[in-house]
Ligand binder design. Structure first.
Ligand SMILES: Cc1cc2nc3c(=O)[nH]c(=O)nc-3n(C[C@H](O)[C@H](O)[C@H](O)COP(=O)(O)OP(=O)(O)OC[C@H]3O[C@@H](n4cnc5c(N)ncnc54)[C@H](O)[C@@H]3O)c2cc1C
Length: 419
């Protein structure tokens, strides 16, 4: 079967990999000049299966009000007349009940845990490396109240069989030795030893090379997708700046732009762009730098180690599709990396970047069929798109082949939003 994948972010390229392995003739099309040039370019580098949790959680609406008055708040809402943003927020806050949280968390963990298996298999099969490390994640607490609050998350991790350990202030340095240089800053941490790290841009590019060279996938870059054309037989073609492209099946992996392209087909995707920022800091002192990922719970900022660089990512801003880089947004992530690893990197020489997380109101990606037999979705991966990319792409390939999926697909496709 000829498959046309729309979008060459990490979700589009992993989809290409799994579909091409099944013997399909795959083409990937993207407006950028190379893979992973938009949201998959500069993310925080955590491949964090155990950390997969919905943002829509009990207590978030109250916290959101408090954050509005804080300088270094993890959430920023730009006041604007934007009905799509208002609808997204209403739906997201509607998911902040304990009941919805439990349903959404189970769905995220289901994909994330499958992703863990898939990425390990993928690394073994392809041999690609992407400055990856398999050394876990450490969630850091500055206050006792955070240690008390994590007890509930630990119960969920227990139920899901995710290995974890609560560490005291004197134990966190066994995992991240550089923290001994900032004594007294943290009261403890939660260690998830099976989480991973790596550069998503590198991963996507190396996997795209493998797909091209070993699996015969064709990549068409610099092509703007303008419209999906439907006819009596479902989708019949995609109108682009390079003319009309046709295939037997079409997969939408357009991140935060997915809703625009399927709207005219009557497919409503409740995906909103949640902007985030990152800094990439050159390492100047290995002993003062992180060894894997740490997550500063107070500011919800993740700091990951690549070979010679430290990636710091965070902030959730609701501001439409704006990608501007205001200095005041840099301040929070800059402050956190200097505070936690003051001697590890040279933050003055950091690269500042922004990206749009394709966020669904329930934080769970949308993977599966649509009302059109030959139109498929793999999008809406939000905060942990790289973490969930391999699992959701593998699932999609099973669904498209009508074979028994390796994980239960229940609740993951777009029909969950149809009342
Ligand atoms: C600050 C920040 C930190 C993050 N940290 C992490 C993390 O640590 N771990 C993690 O797992 N996830 C993280 N994420 C989330 C993760 O980066 C995303 O979920 C993931 O990159 C989404 O991938 P995607 O392929 O769906 O989207 P994208 O990477 O945005 O790919 C979509 C592609 O579609 C193309 N496209 C769109 N519209 C058109 C069009 N009209 N014509 C042609 N091409 C088009 C774009 O060019 C793009 O290449 C973070 C995100 C941000 C912003």
């Amino acid at each position: 079967m000829k498959v046309l994948i729309l979008g060459s972010g990490v979700v589009g390229v992993t989809s290409a990999y799994y579909l091409a392995r099944q013997g399909h003739e795959v083409t990937v099309v993207d407006r950028q000049a190379a893979p992973a040039m938009e949201t998959s370019y500069g993310n925080a580098g955590q491949v964090s299966f155990g950390f997969s949790s919905p943002w829509a959680a009990p207590g978030i609406p109250q916290k959101a009000v408090k954050w509005m008055f804080q300088e270094h708040a993890p959430l920023k809402i730009q006041p604007r007349m934007d009905p799509t943003m208002a609808r997204f927020m209403a739906k997201m806050f509607g998911n902040c009940t304990a009941e919805r949280y439990a349903v959404n968390k189970e769905r995220m963990v289901r994909i994330a845990e499958h992703s863990r298996t898939c990425i390990d298999e993928l690394r073994a099969e392809t041999g690609i490396r992407y400055e990856d490390r398999q050394r876990g994640l450490l969630q850091l607490f500055r206050y006792d109240s955070q240690v008390e609050a994590v007890a509930k998350d630990m119960q969920v991790l227990e139920r899901c069989g995710v290995r974890h350990r609560l560490l005291g202030a004197d134990e966190i340095t066994t995992v991240e030795p550089a923290l001994s240089r900032v004594p007294g800053k943290f009261v403890g941490g939660l260690h998830l030893p099976d989480d991973q790290t790596g550069d998503c841009h590198l991963f996507t590019n190396r996997l795209a090379d493998y797909c091209r060279e070993q699996l015969g996938v064709e990549f068409r870059f610099g092509v703007d997708i303008q419209r999906i054309r439907r006819g009596n037989a479902g989708v019949e073609g995609v109108i682009t700046s390079a003319g009309e492209l046709t295939a037997d099946a079409y997969v939408v992996c357009l991140g935060s732009y997915s809703p625009f392209l399927v709207k005219d087909l009557g497919v409503r995707l409740p995906i909103y762009p949640v902007k985030g920022y990152s800094l990439t800091v050159p390492v100047v002192d290995d002993g003062g730098a992180p060894q894997s990922t740490v997550m500063d719970e107070t500011y919800k900022v993740a700091i990951s180690r690549f070979d010679d660089r430290i990636r710091v990512g965070g902030t959730a801003e609701l501001a439409g599709h704006d990608l501007s880089l205001p200095e005041k947004r840099r301040a929070t992530i800059d402050m956190v990396v200097r505070d936690v690893f003051p001697e590890g990197g040279d933050a003055d020489r950091a690269e500042f970047w922004s990206g749009l997380r394709p966020m669904t109101p329930d934080s769970t990606p949308i993977v599966g069929a649509t009302r059109y037999d030959n139109l498929w979705l793999n999008t809406g991966h939000g905060t942990l798109g790289w973490t969930m990319s391999c699992g959701s792409a593998q699932l999609l390939s099973d669904l498209m082949a009508s074979s028994e999926p390796r994980i239960d697909p229940q609740g993951l496709d777009v029909s969950r939003y149809v009342a």
